[in-house]
Write a protein that binds this ligand. Structure first.
Ligand code: PGA
Length: 249
């Protein structure tokens, strides 16, 4: 059985006062029946992990460098994330791929280092609107998965998030059939590459405009094991609605 996961990506949002949202979440879910992960900006990681210490909530980073250390001004290593108390890292988010030109090979190299450091790695894939309209979605997702996911992946160290670029922060969401088609495809790819045991144990998240009002129907789609949530993870009240929907799925 795959344990469901509600992951929040705060992106470049939040300073000290935002930690109150974490306190509130921990208070609302003293003993959650799903995994809850918050990925705040790196500046908040250490304080965030102290805030949720001994609760059912975990903390993760939003990126890391492919190297373990060295002359890389401004970058953070996987080991440094670990040192803050983080247990996970998001890699290959479309905003990193767009803003920083990250390619599949870069994401794979980062994922290898993150897995070696003992972090759970959430690798993001997703098509643009043009690619969807040209009926290239599955080719794109397949290529991103082969290119970005390292061979050492297991059900413990890998989570894959399907995030259609056109659905991120736009309020637009694919139909449930479209989500199901991609998630079933991703499951089949993982089973083919890693064997049924590992392939079936990797959690698959959907991300892109998930809200309390659409979460339950999305969580009812086959092979959706949770969500990667941007905007609606910033407020404990909104994220709580999504977590409740996942607990009830
Ligand atoms: P959104 O972002 O929930 O604000 O659409 C999702 C994401 O980028 O992970």
């Amino acid at each position: 059985m795959r344990r469901k996961l509600a992951a929040g990506n705060w992106k470049m949002n939040g300073t000290g006062p935002a930690l109150a949202e974490l306190e509130s979440l921990a208070h609302t879910f003293p003993d959650p029946s799903v995994d809850i992960l918050i990925c705040p900006p790196a500046t908040l990681l250490h304080r965030a992990s102290q805030t949720v210490h001994h609760t059912g909530i975990a903390v993760g980073g939003q990126d890391c460098h492919a190297a373990t250390s060295g002359a890389h001004t401004g970058d953070l290593s996987a080991e440094m994330l670990k040192d803050t108390g983080a247990n996970s890292v998001i890699l290959g988010h479309s905003e990193r791929r767009e803003d920083h030109g990250e390619q599949n090979e870069d994401v794979r190299a980062k994922a290898r280092t993150a897995m070696d450091a003992g972090l759970t790695t959430i690798i993001c894939v997703g098509e643009s609107l043009e690619q969807r309209e040209a009926a290239n979605t599955l080719d794109i997702i397949g290529g991103q998965m082969s290119g970005s996911i390292p061979d050492q992946s297991t059900g413990e160290n890998l989570v894959v998030a399907y995030e259609p670029i056109w659905a991120i922060g736009t309020g637009k969401v694919p139909t449930l059939e479209e989500i199901g088609e991609v998630h079933d495809f991703m499951r089949a790819r993982l089973e083919r590459r890693f064997g049924e045991g590992v392939g079936r144990s990797v959690r698959l998240l959907y991300g892109g405009s998930v809200k309390p009002s659409n979460a339950a129907e999305i969580f009812g789609v086959s092979n959706v094991d949770g969500a990667l949530v941007g905007g609606a993870s910033l407020k404990a009240e909104d994220f709580s609605g999504i977590i409740r929907a996942l607990e009830g799925a």
